[in-house]
Design a protein around this ligand. Structure first.
Ligand SMILES: C[S@@+](CC[C@H](N)C(=O)[O-])C[C@H]1O[C@@H](n2cnc3c(N)ncnc32)[C@H](O)[C@@H]1O
Length: 345
């Protein structure tokens, strides 16, 4: 057995305060239980040279193991622990673009980008083909995407991103952000937006963007796609095809108001439990068999058992229920996440 040490991103301690190591442990357990060669053992918090690390034992990490672990949401640096030294291991993140894709936007109600990455990773590892996290551009849907933190994470990893949100302001601000960001970064792209009309009826608005990280890829047609539909998520079947997505990743409404967002054209308040009950069976149709869904939510407005039941009734199988991802966000929100898999037959 070889010992390794993870230096946790300082930002993670600010986001999760007392729970940062617990969340890192749970995320590491999902990697260990799905894609890593060896089992992860003796996970512990340790202070080495006055700095806190998360240490663990496993067989010698393969190149591919390192490629997976490089994407842990709170990993700052990875070391092999020898008798008298920490030997740095070169990490190779999937990230295709500058990190400001995820950090520039700041607004009340934003899902923290580190937490979004954790939810994204653990959902991707809950499909029947977890290796696709490294091997394939994933097709990802966030059915309540706000100003696109999940969409940006999907893009960052090289995948295709689709989203829906009912809030006019979120749709407009995201469009403004993405167009500006692509332009400022000189990323070759084509963007269109406008009304969605069918049989003379307006169904909502949409934004479509095709882009690639470099010009040659764009010319060769190796492009990424983004689609954001401004409409109610319970109408998702009108806008997306059955089995279109590998992953559904979403941070559900918390049932509390964020500052003055409601007044600024945000979605009308609706009980999150009722919304999820209506939406989950429809989202299930859009997921490919073998795909996975990850939902984070405020446990004060919906019990874990009840959410598990909603998912089971829609044909999902809960994954990794033994792991503890619950953490306090503020006095009105304790957030948890659920991971579930759509059986292939
Ligand atoms: C917790 S926020 C998601 C924030 C997002 N992850 C971000 O970082 O911007 C929940 C979102 O659900 C949206 N929402 C609520 N009800 C909706 C509905 N019926 N259809 C579509 N979106 C809805 C809200 O407008 C809000 O943006």
């Amino acid at each position: 057995m070889q010992k390794y040490a993870i230096l946790v991103l300082p930002a993670a301690n600010r986001v999760y305060t007392a729970n940062s190591v617990q969340l890192m442990r749970a995320e590491l357990a999902v990697f260990g239980g799905t894609v890593l060669e060896g089992t992860i053992e003796n996970v512990a918090e340790e202070t080495i040279g006055g700095v806190d690390y998360l240490t663990f034992h496993t067989g010698r990490l393969t190149e591919r193991d390192v490629a997976y672990l490089s994407n842990l949401s709170s990993l700052y640096a990875l070391f092999e622990v020898t008798e008298d030294a920490l030997r740095p291991i070169t990490v190779r993140r999937l990230d295709r673009y500058d990190s400001d894709l995820l950090t520039i936007q700041k607004y009340s109600g934003k899902t923290n980008e580190l937490f979004t990455k954790l939810l994204f990773n653990t959902t991707a590892l809950s499909t029947d083909r977890p290796a696709e996290l490294l091997d394939k551009p994933l097709r990802v849907f966030d059915p309540m995407c706000g100003r696109g933190t999940t969409l940006n994470q999907a893009i960052m990893y090289g995948g295709d991103a689709s989203g829906m949100d009912l809030a006019t302001k979120d749709f407009e601000e995201y469009e403004r952000f993405l167009r500006t960001w692509l332009k400022n970064k000189r990323i070759k792209h084509r963007a269109t937006s406008g009304q969605i009309r069918r049989n003379k009826v307006t169904l909502g608005k949409h934004l479509e963007v095709e882009f690639a990280a470099d010009k040659d890829a764009y010319k060769a047609g190796q492009t990424q796609h983004l689609r954001f539909v401004h409409a109610d998520t319970t109408r998702c079947a009108e806008h997306f095809r059955p089995r279109e997505f590998d992953l559904i990743v979403t941070d559900a409404p918390y049932g509390v108001q964020h500052g003055s967002r409601r007044a600024a054209g945000a979605a009308p308040a609706r009980r999150p439990a009722e919304l999820l009950a209506e939406a989950i069976p429809q989202w299930a149709e859009l997921l490919r068999p073998g795909g996975a869904i990850g939902i984070s939510w405020n446990t004060y407005v919906l019990r874990t058992d009840d959410l598990h039941q909603l998912l089971a009734a829609a044909g999902f199988e809960i994954r990794h229920a033994e792991l503890d991802f619950a953490h306090r966000v503020d006095q009105a929100i304790t957030r948890n996440l659920v991971l579930a898999h759509k059986p292939a037959s």
